[in-house]
Design a protein around this ligand. Structure first.
Ligand SMILES: *Cc1c(COP(=O)(O)O)cnc(C)c1O
Length: 380
């Protein structure tokens, strides 16, 4: 294989064969480390590739001759948002509309990569705890691979999302609790029946799928990135993945100069990353009684808390929380103004942009990309 695994916390490394989970030494996530990257002279060849995230296959955990488990994920549009540019005095505001992915969210990127590797390693069953969309995507990609999928979701998950999980043929268990409670059940089941646990960062490949958001942004901007990126953060795979992409592109000589400042946006009813960032902590602490309508952000104890905090600090960004009322209003306004079907999490990012400009974190004249991480219809 053209990659190995490195612990995100200690100095452990291992080969990538089989079905890796987390570092046995410290329980922290593995990160994929590639032996080498293609040189910038192959940029122009991307145009000949299929129009999905696997066009970046040299940066992905796949070997020559292997076929990904794919439903056409990735390559989502960047849409300009003139009203925010005018109101906030920014040079450019774009929304990257991840709601246009298969299954209606960017979870499909991560699940395509994770299911691909596990399928190639011979997995026959998958399980995942989910705040919603991860369950939909795993259900679909698991079916695509011909495997059994068992999903654990909170009872409070939006009804339409639960319907989609069932539609794709997964076995669905509703849990009286949050995603952390679902995680315990998924881990027990994984041990019992030998299913692959697809939990955020409990396998190393969802990050590699989410990383393609960063690779894609760079290609869409002709290899010159925006000043800032606002990302609604739950488990953190997107934030960690994009920062990994930018650093790998820089190491490979594909981009140069300053990387974007990364801003993590959370809901004020569940904001462990914001709290730890503001307190200067190294790790996040479990948030008690998490509550928000932005179900994807209802992650009280993310396993990748430490890595997220490192990304925010290294990039010169920050973390900010917005209320449910504000994120809901911002989502509806974006939809009404520019026609993008915005999910509550995407609304959080829009709302945070105003807050970050008001407090001086983002300056007049800067450019920014906001992530709309899923489709709004899934929540209605
Ligand atoms: C999962 C999810 C998030 C959080 O994503 P992470 O990359 O795990 O932080 C945000 N928005 C939506 C719609 C989601 O489904």
């Amino acid at each position: 294989m053209h990659w190995t695994l490195e612990c995100s916390n200690c100095s452990e490394t291992r080969d990538a064969s089989g079905l890796p989970t987390v570092c046995p030494e410290c329980g922290d996530p593995w990160l994929v480390k590639y032996d080498s990257y293609p040189g910038p002279e192959v940029k122009h060849r991307l145009g000949e590739r299929p129009w999905d995230m696997w066009r970046y296959r040299e940066w992905m955990p796949i070997q020559e001759g292997e076929e990904p488990v794919s439903l056409g994920e990735g390559m989502t549009p960047l849409i300009d948002v003139p009203y925010l540019e005018h109101e906030l005095g920014l040079s450019h505001v774009w929304v990257k509309d991840e709601g246009q992915n298969p299954c209606g969210s960017f979870k499909s990127r991560g699940m395509s990569a994770a299911v691909t590797r596990a399928h190639l390693a011979g997995a026959r069953a998958f399980t995942v705890p989910t705040a919603g969309n991860a369950g939909v995507s795993l259900a679909a990609y698991g079916r695509r691979a011909g495997a059994k999928v068992i999903v654990f979701a909170p009872e409070t998950t939006p009804a339409r999302i639960l319907e989609q999980i069932r539609l794709f043929g997964a076995e669905l268990h509703l849990v009286d609790g949050h995603i952390g409670d679902c995680g315990k059940k998924a881990r027990e089941l994984a041990q019992e029946i030998g299913a692959v646990d697809g939990s955020t960062l409990r396998e190393p490949y969802r990050i590699e799928g989410k990383k393609t958001m960063g690779l894609e942004l760079a290609e869409q901007f002709d290899w010159a990135l925006p000043d800032t990126i606002l990302y609604p953060t739950g488990g953190g795979t997107g934030l960690i993945g994009m920062w990994k992409a930018f650093n790998e592109l820089r190491d490979a000589g594909w981009i140069s100069g300053k990387l974007p400042r990364m801003y993590s946006v959370q809901a004020s009813g569940c904001a462990p990353v914001v709290k730890a960032f503001e307190q200067g902590d190294e790790r996040t602490e479990v948030w008690q009684e998490p509550e928000t309508i932005a179900s994807g952000l209802r992650v009280p104890g993310p396993l990748g808390g430490k890595i997220m905090l490192e990304v925010l600090r290294e990039s010169g960004g920050a973390a900010v929380a917005v209320s449910d009322e504000d994120l809901d209003r911002a989502a509806k306004r974006l939809a009404g103004e520019i026609g993008v079907d915005t999910c509550p999490e995407g609304g959080a990012a829009v709302s945070a942009l105003g807050a970050l400009v008001a407090r001086g974190d983002i300056k007049k004249g800067e450019s920014t990309v906001i992530f709309n991480t899923g489709a709004g219809w899934l929540y209605r």
